[in-house]
Design a binder for this molecule. Sequence first.
Ligand SMILES: NC(=O)c1ccc[n+]([C@@H]2O[C@H](COP(=O)([O-])OP(=O)(O)OC[C@H]3O[C@@H](n4cnc5c(N)ncnc54)[C@H](OP(=O)(O)O)[C@@H]3O)[C@@H](O)[C@H]2O)c1
Length: 389
Amino acid sequence: MKKNVVILGSTGSIGKQALEVIGWHRGSLRVFGLAAYRNIELLEEQVRAFDVPYAAVGEEAAAKVLQERLKDVRTTCLVGEAGLLELVRHPEADLVLVAVSGTAGLRPTLEAISQRKPVALANKETLVAGGSLVMKAALANGVPVIPVDSEHSAIHQCLNNENRNDVAKLIITGSGGPFREASFEELQKVTPEAALRHPTWQMGTKITIDSATLMNKGLEVIEARWLFEVDYDRIEVIIHPQSIVHSLVAYKDGAVLAQLGWPDMRVPIQYALFYPERRSNNLKQLDLASVRSLTFEKPDLKRFPCLRLAYEAGKIGGTMPAVMNAANEIAVFSFLKGEIPFMSISAVIAECMELHIPQTGEPDLDGILAADRWSREQAKKVIKDRHGG
Ligand SMILES: NC(=O)c1ccc[n+]([C@@H]2O[C@H](COP(=O)([O-])OP(=O)(O)OC[C@H]3O[C@@H](n4cnc5c(N)ncnc54)[C@H](OP(=O)(O)O)[C@@H]3O)[C@@H](O)[C@H]2O)c1
């Protein structure tokens, strides 16, 4: 029996690579549904290439165009968030890969879990904003949430068959981004073009900027806290420019397990699509002699305050991570539009966090979404009033 896979965000960097992986394993995996926001051209191509029964897009007008273009095939076109929810709850869907960007992933992830569908989760913002809600629902429904992020996939592999009580700490690696060695003065002059040039990974624009500010590591720390139930004091970030060691787990006896490989997202994507099986592929095998040296250094929280802000938001908990995440999204897109300087991204987030009175404890979905909306409005106001946007 083939596994029916639904991909939310199929036209993005992760979505396209997931389809490539599925293309290698057509005997075992079938693309059952695809969702994008507005890239109808690519979505149509993907639907035709994989003979996909369901496709969803962000808006009504786009859905009409897509339906018209696909009238010679029997694909059903769905629209908006309701379309995403219909896709993931379809009784024939076996696995949902959540690879949309931003908080748009939260509701579909919860819906998939409530329908007892295993989730392969690339969208880290879902766990940052609603980690407690998602993991509680997963536990209650007995549904696995399999990480796609390379660092969390590495930790997932290093935890396999080990006793969770024996874990001393999680060590998340990061390349340090394109400005690892930049001075404070240089960071103030960073342009969007320079920030979009990542040294080791090819990714969507939002995550590429997050990698340059180190917010990506911050989001990953919060993601790890929820996926693996380890508190923030036992989650460490280490800069590793070669991106060969994808992350590590230190155990109480002093042993440290790591997962290594060339930086290629198709490896963790394939792992998540087949978990707990491993499958062969033709990807380049790691050759340590050609790598020669692996280096590690501590992150500099003064030059990269976003990482510090993420730890702070995570430790405060409640609605604060959702506020930090939403303010970051607004600030990143404002930077990309040339409205604010690179170093203002962290300043905007910090201001929104200061202004927020967090709902503590475990907020419900409405509470999280309200905090997310509040923060977006606040960030726009802060940008307009104080950062020249
Ligand atoms: N790229 C990586 O290597 C990587 C690694 C680890 C984790 N992640 C995480 O994976 C997620 C996706 O990253 P990415 O780099 O693949 O992003 P991306 O290239 O920007 O792609 C985003 C995808 O989501 C779709 N989308 C956005 N909003 C949507 C909505 N409201 N409804 C339906 N579809 C929507 C986009 O559709 P359109 O194309 O039509 O706009 C596109 O298909 C992010 O959360 C990121 O942090 C990415």
